[in-house]
Design a protein around this ligand. Structure first.
Ligand code: BTN
Length: 319
């Protein structure tokens, strides 16, 4: 009932009559009043006027299943939400949900992760109240070879979702980081489960630094938050909603060809290193070259000093 009342409050142009709410849900006025009080405690500013009813005045940065469900306008992304006040890692929770049969588009989201994981075995610091820590379970009917490109698809969606929710234009650092003023604001970790050469599920975990006011000393040079770069705090739920909407759109385009051909131009426009010198962090040794954008299979084209062009398939680049 809480989620539904919240949705009605959001959709209502004027006051929502307490009596109508009682009749609709078949409960007493006290029961409705209790729900309204719970919502107030969570951060919703709700005005109650005698003989008129309730009106939603403003919402603070609430991250909850009800908040997401009452605003999400997607067809399948986030239609099932597993919300955790605290968990080890949303990637683990999305995988467990996937193994238990959860459907395509199930979202695991947490306020705090105790064991947030990054790429290359790194930790992902995920404190309370300041970030988006979420993982989307997908069941794509594509070849496992194409699955790694889903990370690039999510990078596009995260870039667009952040732009639409906050107005902030971040850039993509190949393959799947988002940067703002050259510092990282978002990282993506994709994990896959296969059986007999078929994809069982793909989990795309996305971490976004939204409202952090500071970072540990060792991260200050490389990481930042939307707040630190703009001086403004943002609503994490709005960011999640816009990202899921963008993901539905890009995913629909991607699965038609199972490659980046239709998204390549947009991805390259958003690449932070496009046309600039980059350092390729190859395990066999670092080398420098000119970044020429991605190919339709998601590799990065780099022009070397002798004029030859090489495609970097995996790894990382730095400026
Ligand atoms: C990176 O190293 O850049 C990837 C970071 C991915 C972090 C996100 S936060 C939500 C999800 N759960 C995790 O444990 N990791 C991902």
């Amino acid at each position: 009932m809480k989620g539904e009342i919240l949705k009605l409050l959001k959709e209502s142009d004027g006051y929502l009559s307490g009596q109508e709410l009682c009749e609709r849900f078949g409960v007493s006025r006290t029961a409705v009043w209790k729900v309204i009080n719970q919502l107030k405690e969570e951060g919703y500013e709700i005005e109650a006027i005698r003989n008129k009813g309730y009106i939603l005045k403003s919402v603070s940065d609430v991250l909850s299943k009800e908040e997401l469900e009452s605003s999400l306008k997607t067809r399948w992304a986030g239609k099932e939400i597993h919300y955790f006040d605290r968990t080890d890692s949303t990637n683990i929770q999305a995988r467990l949900a996937g193994e238990a049969g959860a459907s395509h588009g199930t979202l695991a989201v947490a306020e705090i992760q105790d064991g947030g994981r990054g790429r290359r075995g790194r930790n992902w610091i995920s404190p309370a109240g300041v970030g988006v820590w979420m993982s989307l379970l997908l069941r794509p009917e594509i070849s496992p070879v194409s699955a790694s490109m889903l990370t690039l698809v999510m990078a596009l969606a995260a870039q667009k979702g952040i732009k639409e929710a906050t107005g902030i234009e971040s850039q993509i650092k190949w393959p799947n980081d988002l940067v703002l003023n050259k510092k990282k604001i978002c990282g993506i970790l994709t994990e896959m489960g296969t059986e007999f050469m078929e994809i069982k599920y793909v989990v795309i975990g996305t971490g976004i630094n939204v409202n952090q006011e500071e970072f540990p000393e060792e991260l200050r040079k490389t990481a930042t938050s939307l707040y630190l770069e703009t001086g403004k705090k943002y609503h994490r739920s709005r960011i999640i909603e816009r990202i899921l909407e963008a993901l539905e759109e890009y995913y629909g385009i991607f699965v038609k060809t199972e490659d980046m051909s239709a998204l390549l131009e947009e991805y390259n426009e958003k690449l932070v290193n496009q046309g600039q010198e980059v350092c390729v962090l190859d395990p066999k040794g670092e080398y420098r070259g000119l970044c020429q954008g991605i190919t339709k299979t998601g590799g990065l084209l780099v022009e070397l000093s002798d004029g030859t062009v090489t495609e970097v398939i995996s790894g990382e680049v730095s400026v």
